[in-house]
Write a protein that binds this ligand. Structure first.
Ligand code: DAH
Length: 343
């Protein structure tokens, strides 16, 4: 054999296998393949020499060269698959999620708002006593908010300073007492209802906000006394603030009750010493109550000779201030986590 022999092909194949095995990347592999199998590659160079061989030899070497080429191609393909698999594995590894890692430490937990919390306790108390829940609209007619409740036109509560008037002569309800009228009208006693909700007044101080919350309650039957009312509200106050809470009844005057009283909590923010929230009095007005005025019952179509009832309206925000030691009503509406986290 002159120009070409099978030994040369074996040598070429073994060199190619070694280089291919060492290729680390696809571009390297492509270059190596071209170096052996490309038009200007080593195998082509060898084949150029076979012209000098005689016919039988040329055929034999040509065949061997093809087999060599096939084996190198196979070797390159295997290496390509291996490199691609390694690249994929590395990419996946980079995005891998380690599910055994600990989570974010101490994530901030959502809580009920202090007002929601107080409302729920209030509703729970009255539900357990057989009171049903009613709700009324926040935009109310002057009739339901005032007149039907025996609040005459000249009463200070009708003054623009206290009341927000809206288009059409309606008002933003100044108390939840409107629900008394809406609930009693057209129905026959006995009644036992509570009405929690938002109310609105032109007012701003550590214990007044233009929007605040009340819970109204009333009971009407043939035998209902002021004693029932007093016992109920004392139990209510203790349910919310604990058995040791000091409460006091004071005579008061409301157009829609006769007799009327105001119920105060001792101011827990200052322990009765007097502070800005209780205006130095040591007591916090919690709400009003009394025996429903016969005229209110008659306005709702109820026979006031046969039926009598009591009613009350308590402040919810103030209860939250005392219960959670919050020194200004505005703090309840600012979303500050230091306040919201107190419950
Ligand atoms: N509506 C009164 C207010 O907002 C509170 C009130 C007092 C409600 C006496 C009543 C009541 O039902 O009987 O100041």
């Amino acid at each position: 054999m002159t120009g070409v022999d099978t030994h040369q092909l074996e040598q070429l194949e073994s060199n190619a296998r070694r280089e291919v095995a060492e290729a680390e990347s696809l571009p390297d592999l492509t270059a190596i393949r071209a170096g052996y199998l490309g038009k200007k590659g080593s195998l082509a160079a060898i084949l150029r020499g076979i012209g000098e061989l005689d016919g039988a030899e040329r055929a034999a070497v040509g065949k061997s060269a093809n087999i060599t080429k096939g084996r190198i191609e196979q070797c390159v393909a295997e290496r390509r698959a291996a490199i691609e698999a390694a690249v994929r594995k590395q990419a996946l590894g980079a995005q891998a999620l380690d599910t055994s890692l600990p989570g974010v430490e101490d994530p901030p937990l959502g809580r009920l708002h202090p007002i929601t919390r107080v409302f729920r306790d209030m509703v729970e108390f009255f539900s357990s006593m057989g009171f049903a829940i009613e709700e009324g609209p926040e935009v109310e007619t002057q009739y339901n908010n005032f007149e039907a409740l025996n609040i005459p036109e000249v009463h200070p509560a009708r003054d623009e300073q206290d009341t927000f008037y809206v288009d059409g002569g309606n008002v933003l309800r100044t108390h939840t007492s409107n629900v008394q009228i809406r609930t009693m009208t057209g129905r026959t006693p006995p009644f036992r209802f509570i009405a929690p909700g938002r109310v609105y007044r032109h007012d701003l101080s550590p214990r007044h906000s233009p929007m605040f919350h009340q819970i109204e309650g009333f009971m009407v039957d043939e035998q209902v006394s002021f004693g029932d009312l007093k016992g109920l509200l004392m139990a209510f106050g203790r349910h919310l603030m604990g058995d040791d809470i000091e409460l006091r009844f004071r005579a008061n005057d409301f157009p829609f009750t006769e007799p009327s009283a105001e119920l105060d909590y001792v101011c827990l923010l200052c322990e009765k010493q007097g502070c800005a929230v209780c205006s130095g009095s040591g007591w916090m007005e919690w709400g009003g109550c009394g025996m429903i005025h016969p005229r209110v019952l008659e306005n709702c179509g109820i026979d006031s000779e046969r039926y009598q009832g009591f009613a009350f309206g308590m402040g919810v925000d103030r209860t939250a201030l005392l219960r959670y030691g919050i020194p200004h009503i505005r703090l309840l509406f600012e979303g500050d986590l230091r306040v919201l986290g107190r419950i």
